[in-house]
Design a protein around this ligand. Structure first.
Ligand code: TYM
Length: 320
């Protein structure tokens, strides 16, 4: 079984990326053959500054390794180190209905945010389909925001297989309901573009400030606090033991504890959870040569895995 997922290098990794995708992808490391990559071609649709892109790619690589990616078990690479993916994007484009891409929420959301509607932004899901199909992935662990892109991928694989020959494996997404959408500090989906993230490896003081700024209601200290829809509970659940969670919820239900105290309690659990990853991150930071070697080695393996699929697709359409 082959597992594959990617992340756009758009700055520091946040808790949404970690729980929605990375942690689950890394669990698969034990069970199957895992491919993880840094989607730098995709990032070009929104990051216009070459220096920032270089920094972000490096940051993403460090973060994955610090979170437990084992390069002996996982093929870890930069998307752009396997240019075959662009050729496959073109082949898939020929069976991609325009209307399918027009319906994609993430495209519409980006336009609404004022991002210029370039061809690359529009074609983003076709490149993502190529990422997945090129490596014949069976399972793609993602957060719920990527569900529609997986549907497009399946659709294009089936269309191509039917129009030509059955070249592609039709993949399934792996979305886990209770971590499908991690909320940010304002209660919306945690996302870099909403400015509501809690970053794993960013500035510690800023992390603390943001936890203390988590949106809550105005229930007075002495009264019981609502549990349903509480961002504090949603985040606490991710980083605590069942017994601790029970006590946290019980103390909210009882009343008599203010939100400030509850946030400090959440902060201490978050920091406890992140401590080993942060330690590893600091160790790796000084080893840029090692990170480059891992990515280069990963790219070699990924290219070797990509070649037969691209070759089959070329043959199927009549290019060979
Ligand atoms: P990206 O970089 O936006 O996010 C990386 C992964 O993190 C998940 N995620 C979340 N999960 C739960 N709650 C959140 N608040 C949250 N925020 C982010 C995302 O669902 C994703 O799984 N297009 C992709 C990158 C990509 C890719 C691929 C993924 C390119 N090619 C092929 C899988 C397969 C993206 O922009 O993810």
């Amino acid at each position: 079984m082959r597992i594959l997922s990617g992340i756009q290098p758009s700055g520091f990794l946040h808790l949404g990326n970690f729980f929605g995708m990375l942690q689950r992808a890394l669990r698969w490391q034990q069970k199957g053959e895992t491919f993880l990559f840094i989607a730098d071609f995709h990032a070009l649709t929104t990051v216009g500054d070459p220096e920032a892109l270089r920094r972000n790619v490096r940051e993403a690589a460090l973060a994955f390794l610090a979170c437990g990616l084992d390069p002996k078990r996982t093929v870890f690479f930069r998307q752009s180190a396997v240019p075959e993916v662009l050729e496959l994007t073109w082949l898939l484009s020929t069976v991609t209905p325009f209307g399918l891409l027009e319906r994609c929420h993430s495209y519409k959301d980006k336009l609404a945010k004022g991002i210029a509607p370039t061809h690359a932004l529009f074609a983003y899901p076709v490149l993502m389909a190529a990422d997945i199909l090129l490596y014949r992935a069976d399972v793609v662990p993602v957060g719920i925001d990527q569900k529609q892109h997986l549907e497009v991928t399946r659709d294009l694989a089936a269309k191509f297989n039917q129009a030509f020959e059955p070249v592609f494996v039709v993949p399934r997404e792996d979305i886990e309901e209770n971590v499908a959408t991690i909320p940010g500090i304002d209660g919306q989906k945690m996302s870099k573009s909403y400015g509501n993230t809690l970053e794993l490896f960013g500035d510690r003081e800023e992390f603390r400030r943001r936890v203390m700024a988590i949106r809550t209601d105005s229930t007075p200290i002495e009264e019981p606090k609502p549990i349903a829809g509480s961002v504090l509970v949603a985040l606490y659940r991710l980083v605590s033991e069942p017994q601790e969670l029970e006590e946290f919820i019980a103390s909210m239900r009882r009343g008599g504890v203010g939100y400030g105290t509850l946030k400090k309690e959440l902060l201490s659990k978050l920091e406890r959870f992140l401590a080993p990853f942060r330690e590893r991150y600091e160790e790796l930071r000084g080893k840029s040569g090692l990170v480059d070697e891992i990515l280069d080695e990963g790219a070699r393996t990924a290219r070797a895995a990509a070649a037969p699929t691209l070759d089959a697709a070329r043959r199927a359409v009549g290019l060979v």
